[in-house]
Design a protein around this ligand. Structure first.
Ligand code: ADE
Length: 259
C-alpha cells in the first residue's frame, strides 16, 4: 500500500516512521510519503488560508494549493512504475481521505474497507477546514471519504490521519507480527469488546489472575472469555450490547444512533 499525507505540519507525521509502521515501511509493505502543502503555493508568503466568504470566525484553507498538491500526488508514481500499477481502488484510482469532524465516523469497518485500497491520500486540514469545493471537485474523479475519528473537534486532521493510518495498516498482511491478534480483539466481532488479559505473576498487589485461566481447560477458558466480553461490553458500551444479544451486528446507521 502507498499512503500520501499532505499537511502544513509534515513533522507531525514523524510517528509513522516508528514501531509497526516503521517496520512495514522498511519491509516495503507500506510506503508512507509526507508532503508539505506549502510546496504547492505560488506566492511569496506561501499562503494556504483565507477569510471565510460569508463571514465568521477563523480562516479557511484555499482550494488552489490543495488542488495542485492532490493532483500531483495522485499522478506521481512513488517508485517509477505506472500510475495504474501503484494507484488502484478497483478502477485504478487513489482514494482521497479528508479527516474532518464533520465526516462519517471512522470505525473498524472503515479500517477494513480502506485496508483493501492500494493508494490512499490523506489531506489534513487545519483552521476552520478546507474550502468545500475541494471535496466536491475530487468526488467526480476519485473515491472521496470525509471521515471523523470521533465526536470532538481536533485542531487539525494530522492526529486523526495517524489514528486512521495505524488502524488501517495493521490489517495489512505482514504488518502485524501475530495475525491471530486480529481476530481476538475488540470491534473485530461487531458489538463486542475484548475480554480482560493477564500475564505473570499470578498474584500482584493482592490481586489474583482468575483461576480458570490457570486451569488449562480450553473449553472453560473460552466460555469465561465470552462471558467477560459480554460483561465488559455491558459496563463500558451498553449502546452495543442489545445488538450482540440479538445476534445481529449493528447496521452503520444504528451505530450512530440514526435508526
Ligand atoms: N479534524 C478536526 N476534528 C476532527 C475529527 N474529530 N476527526 C477527524 N478530523 C478532524
Amino acid at each position: 500500500m502507498r499512503i500520501d499525507v499532505i499537511t502544513i505540519f509534515p513533522e507531525y507525521l514523524a510517528p509513522a516512521r516508528l514501531s509497526l509502521l516503521g517496520k512495514a515501511g522498511q519491509a516495503g509493505i507500506v510506503q508512507i510519503l509526507v508532503h508539505d502543502l506549502r510546496d504547492w503555493t505560488s506566492d511569496k508568503h506561501r499562503t494556504v488560508d483565507g477569510a471565510p466568504y460569508g463571514g465568521g470566525a477563523g480562516m479557511v484553507m484555499k482550494p488552489g494549493p490543495w488542488g495542485q498538491a492532490i493532483d500531483s500526488v495522485v499522478a506521481a508514481p512513488a517508485d517509477g512504475s505506472s500510475l495504474s500499477e501503484v494507484a488502484t481502488d478497483q478502477g485504478g484510482r487513489a482514494t482521497l481521505v479528508l479527516p474532518t469532524a464533520s465526516g462519517k465516523v471512522f470505525n473498524q469497518a472503515s479500517a477494513e474497507r480502506l485496508a483493501q485500497v492500494e493508494h490512499l491520500v490523506f489531506a489534513c486540514g487545519r483552521y476552520e477546514g478546507i474550502d468545500a469545493r475541494v471535496a466536491e471537485h475530487y468526488r467526480d474523479r476519485l473515491p472521496v471519504e470525509e471521515l471523523s475519528v470521533g465526536d470532538y473537534v481536533l485542531a487539525g486532521g494530522e492526529s486523526a490521519a495517524l489514528v486512521m493510518i495505524e488502524a488501517i495498516t495493521r490489517l495489512i498482511p505482514g504488518v502485524l507480527g501475530n495475525a491471530d491478534s486480529l481476530t481476538e480483539e475488540s470491534h473485530v466481532r461487531p458489538g463486542l469488546l475484548e475480554y480482560p488479559v493477564y500475564t505473570k505473576p499470578p498474584s500482584w498487589r493482592g490481586l489474583e489472575v482468575p483461576p480458570v485461566l490457570l486451569s488449562g481447560h480450553h473449553g472453560k477458558i473460552a466460555a469465561w472469555r465470552r462471558e467477560q466480553e459480554i460483561l465488559r461490553t455491558e459496563r463500558m458500551r451498553p449502546d452495543l450490547i442489545n445488538h450482540t444479544r440479538s445476534g445481529t451486528p449493528p447496521r452503520p446507521d444504528q451505530e450512530r444512533g440514526e435508526s
